[in-house]
Ligand binder design. Sequence first.
Ligand code: SAM
Ligand code: DTB
Ligand code: SF4
Length: 327
Amino acid sequence: MMASDRPLSRQSVANLYRQPLLELVFQAASVHRMHHDPQEVQCSTLISLKTGGCPENCAYCPQSAHHEAEVQAEGMLDPEEVLTRAARAKRAGANRFCMGAAWREVRNDQEFETVLQLVERVKSLGLETCATLGMVDDQQAQRLASAGLDYYNHNLDTSPEFYQQIIQTRRFEDRLATLQSVRRAGMKVCCGGILGMGESEEDRIGLLHALASQDPAPESVPINALVPVAGTPLEEQPTLAWETMVRAVATARILMPQSRVRLSAGRTAMTEEAQALCFLAGANSVFLGDRLLTTANPERHQDQKLFDKLGLKPAACQEETTSSVPQ
Ligand code: SAM
Ligand code: DTB
Ligand code: SF4
């Protein structure tokens, strides 16, 4: 299978995915080395600008107002606090700062204006900027791009067939429409999914097929393992098998050779060995910092130890365009 074979058939994705595991890892590691510095890991830090109370009913998400997770709905964070956290993230080794909001879609209101200002200010610290705010239209995407937003995160989450089992308040096609607006506005796309929600192998293949069929492919591909949160419909899901994560990362690497493949949510439940295999198989991005949006992520010093053992180093930052870095 050549990465340039278009349109990509689902069967070719299945053939890759179903190879003997070590064949798949070897192939993915070889592709990885042709396109990337295998020692470099891009590090993003997340912040939740607006937490909880979301009108969507995504079964995995503790921030949905439809579920009983112990997440309190909060108003927008103070912009100065966000700036302080961005500067701290940079000092800890992140080169991208990703701002999330538990919104179904962006509205043209004061909160959106605040986000636009934040994008500008975070960028001036010399960090790449990313936001994940739910659905956007062409105009909103344009405004984010003009403010200096480098990446917009909008995940497909699972296969088109399984989507309705997980989310009933929007359609898979709605996601594709937002992704198109993001592209048209000239931003880079961050688009991935979640494994371990009770989907079948065929669904995982379907997700990878849908991700890699985008043209151009997303520049950033977060592969999340479900973090099962009490009070959500998926709270009882068993921990994802490590080899499933490795298989998905490796397949994503081969299908999207130029992209950053991010080992995303769920790392606290993975052993160092499993993470090491994912890095070998082409994962070259992580979330850095002890929190994702509302759940835990490995501590910074734990990740440093892992990076040291594996000979990995965080990707460097750009230069600051302002000297007023908050401490
Ligand atoms: N509301 C926006 C949206 O849905 O696009 C942005 C925020 S939403 C929390 C961003 C992504 O987080 C989701 O698309 C999903 O992939 C991931 N996510 C949410 N809860 C998760 C969980 N419990 N485990 C793993 N990933 C999760
Ligand atoms: C992505 O794919 N994973 C991140 C980010 N994009 C926004 C979010 C993970 C959230 C995990 C659950 C939580 O912390 O609330
Ligand atoms: Fe809302 Fe996003 Fe959570 Fe879905 S994933 S409930 S849209 S915050």
